[in-house]
Write a protein that binds this ligand. Structure first.
Ligand code: SAM
Length: 320
């Protein structure tokens, strides 16, 4: 699948639900919990089948909202894993409900998992997430490791004045458990639209802080990979840590991704909330793939060369 700028698209982020059991300050606009709307499992499956069999999507990441709140998650993963057309089927979670689900997800065919974790300080975790429980996410990480959803990738959003003093501690903690630890820049999206400068810790600064504790050797990047990874050694540890710099070094030119929201909207660019409706081609039992083909090809032409900054629709709605 080639978009209007000649970029090959083979990654899909599929948001299963807008609901979340946390409300991170940079992600959710207020403390209120969202309604429980979720995508129909048959629709989700048919979308992935169509995109993988007809349009070359090879990497699918299930997200949300919080995908572990999706009713019927393990059966859906089982069906997707059986398709046999995917190189990679992964899931991004806050880990709050993972300890009880890791075994089922693994048995269903999930191979790997990304877990968002911004601090190792319990009160700070609860404050940043507006009510989350650090112990639950840590238990989820241990369960993921135990069940072989490895390498577990930990995503840390570096935030000025909030967790920027503990970035090296987090790297050390993750490496000691064999996790890949990636530090993301805050993005001017959702509640941070127009406000990101207050929180942004540039990836260059993250690397400086990590280099105080670890020796970092760059790993050559594969095409379209947004993260810059390093082999980190130090403190008797060796492993992979990385940075993702969407704000100071946007990687739009090599973006290979589209998104589909829990409402069945295809969103070609995270920074451009306009999307097109694919749900109109789903009648509750079958996907009209000819109609969907037309919608997809028109949408691909609108994927911007450079994503506009400061759009206020949240990652919860778009699928982070
Ligand atoms: N609930 C799941 C989780 O926590 O991983 C999946 C959805 S969440 C929206 C996906 C990712 O988006 C999380 O890693 C979160 O930190 C990130 N995110 C949300 N808003 C962001 C922002 N304004 N800047 C940077 N990252 C953001």
């Amino acid at each position: 699948m080639i978009d209007g700028c000649g970029r090959e698209i083979d990654h899909l982020r599929l948001s299963l639900t807008e609901r979340c059991n946390m409300a991170c300050r940079y992600c959710a606009p207020s403390g209120q919990q969202r309604a429980g709307r979720q995508i129909d499992a048959g629709f989700a499956f048919e979308l992935v089948r169509w995109l993988t069999q007809c349009h070359g999507i090879r990497h699918v990441r299930l997200t949300g909202g919080e995908p572990l709140l999706y009713r019927g998650l393990a059966p859906l993963i089982g069906r997707l894993a059986e398709l046999g057309t995917l190189h990679e089927l992964t899931l991004t979670t806050n880990g709050q409900a993972l300890a009880g689900q890791a075994a089922d997800l693994c048995a269903a065919g999930l191979k790997r998992i990304n877990i968002s974790l911004d601090t190792l300080v319990p009160e700070r975790f609860t404050r940043l997430t507006r009510g989350g429980d650090l112990a639950r996410t840590l238990a989820g990480i241990e369960a993921a490791i135990r069940h072989g959803l490895t390498p577990v990738k930990i995503n840390v959003v570096a935030q000025r004045g909030l967790n920027d003093g503990e970035l090296a501690d987090m790297a050390q903690w993750g490496l000691s458990r064999g996790c890949v630890v990636r530090f993301l820049e805050a993005m001017p999206i959702g509640p941070l639209a127009g406000e990101v400068d207050k929180y942004l810790v540039p990836a260059s600064e993250v690397l400086e802080r990590l280099a105080e504790r670890f020796v970092l050797h760059p790993i050559p990047q594969s095409i379209g990979q947004p993260a810059t990874d390093y082999v980190a050694t130090g403190q008797g540890l060796r492993g992979v840590i990385g940075v993702i710099a969407p704000t100071t070094r946007p990687f739009c030119a090599s973006c290979r991704r589209i998104r589909i929201t829990h409402r069945g909207r295809l969103v070609p660019c995270l920074h451009d909330e306009r999307g097109v409706d694919l749900a109109r081609w789903w009648d509750g039992r079958t996907l009209d793939t000819r109609g969907a083909d037309g919608t997809l090809s028109a949408a691909l032409q609108t994927k911007p060369a450079l994503g506009p900054q400061n759009q206020s629709v949240t990652m919860l709605s778009l699928g982070g």
